[in-house]
Design a protein around this ligand. Structure first.
Ligand SMILES: [Zn+2]
Length: 99
């Protein structure tokens, strides 16, 4: 009886291991071929650049708080514009069939 119990536990563990090692490939395969769109890459790097500029302003020293905030808003505006450009590009260049 004891041996049987141990065997059962091992079996369950093995099943779990298999599940972890082999996630179902069928479900994760994207429907659209995943070629990198250069415009997406460009716009994404513009967002990244704007975000690191925001971070630099936040961490940087400014002569006045007002000056810092003005600079921050300016950078946030740049980031928002970059995000808008990215999404409008996505909408026009990569429309989702299901949307
Ligand atoms: Zn694109």
């Amino acid at each position: 009886m004891h041996i049987f119990k141990v065997a059962k536990v091992t079996e369950i563990r093995e099943k779990r291991g298999v599940l972890l090692q082999f996630p179902s490939r069928e479900n994760s395969t994207p429907q659209v071929p995943r070629e990198r769109c250069p415009e997406c890459a460009r716009l994404e790097s513009r967002i990244d650049a704007a975000i690191s500029e925001i971070r630099a302003v936040v961490q940087g020293r400014f002569p006045s708080v007002g000056g810092k905030l003005a600079r921050l808003f300016e950078k946030q505006d740049l980031r928002n514009k970059a995000i808008d450009a990215f999404y409008s590009h996505k909408r026009s260049a990569h429309p989702r069939k299901t949307a």
